[in-house]
Design a protein around this ligand. Structure first.
Ligand code: PGA
Length: 250
């Protein structure tokens, strides 16, 4: 039985003052029956870790460098995220794939480094609208799964299916479309990782909100969500946590 996960991605949003939302979340959800993770900008990991200290809420980064250390101005090493209080790191988000030209090979290298540093990677993949319209969704996510997930991945590794066209748009796939991709990804993980695949959580991401969370979480093989916009407000993210705690969510 996989423990479900509500993961928040603040992207390049938030401020020190916004950590009041995290304090409110900690107060409102002292003992969630799902895992909860928040990934603020790297500058705010230490502060957020202070706010979540003593609570079950985990803190993560949004990216790391593939190298362990060295002359890479402006970059952040996995071990530094860990040092700052992070336990997880989002890798291969479509915004990084698009804005920084990140390839599956690079994302796999980053994931290897993150795992070696003791971080749990949240590896993102998903098709563009053009790829979906061309009927290429499963081929694309299959390629990304094969290329972005390292052999060193284990039961703790988390995969997030995020259709690019659903991110920040208010549009979501149908429940059937989500079910199809998640079943396909689970099958791919089983083929490659055997028994460990049963522990690997598959998150859905893209315009998850309090209003649609319950339906999405009832889809087989959806083990939680990666939430962008709705993770910035304690009330919204808290409602998503509550939906994930409901017994009929898978
Ligand atoms: P969104 O972002 O919830 O704002 O659509 C999801 C994500 O990019 O992780």
């Amino acid at each position: 039985m996989r423990r479900r996960l509500a993961a928040g991605n603040w992207k390049m949003n938030g401020s020190r003052a916004a950590l009041a939302e995290v304090a409110a979340l900690v107060a409102a959800h002292p003992a969630p029956t799902c895992d909860v993770l928040l990934c603020p900008p790297a500058t705010h990991i230490v502060w957020m870790s202070e706010v979540t200290s003593g609570s079950p809420i985990d803190v993560g980064g949004q990216d790391c460098h593939p190298n362990a250390s060295g002359a890479h101005t402006g970059d952040i090493a996995a071990a530094m995220l860990k040092d700052a209080g992070a336990s997880h790191v989002i890798l291969g988000h479509s915004e990084r794939r698009a804005d920084h030209g990140e390839t599956d090979d690079l994302i796999r290298a980053k994931a290897e480094t993150a795992i070696a540093a003791g971080l749990t990677p949240v590896i993102c993949l998903g098709e563009t609208l053009a790829q979906r319209d061309a009927g290429e969704t499963l081929a694309v996510v299959g390629r990304q799964l094969a290329g972005s997930v390292p052999d060193s991945a284990g039961a703790r590794t988390i995969i997030a299916y995020e259709p690019v066209w659903a991110i920040g748009t208010g549009r979501t796939p149908t429940l059937e479309q989500i079910a199809e991709v998640h079943a396909f990804l689970r099958g791919g993980l089983r083929q490659r990782f055997g028994a460990a695949a049963e522990g690997m959580r598959l998150l859905y991401g893209g315009s998850v909100k309090p209003e649609n969370a319950g339906q999405i979480f009832a889809v087989p093989d959806v083990d939680g969500a990666l939430v962008g916009g709705a993770s910035l407000k304690a009330a919204d993210f808290g409602a998503i946590i509550t939906a994930l705690e409901a017994p009929d969510a898978t």
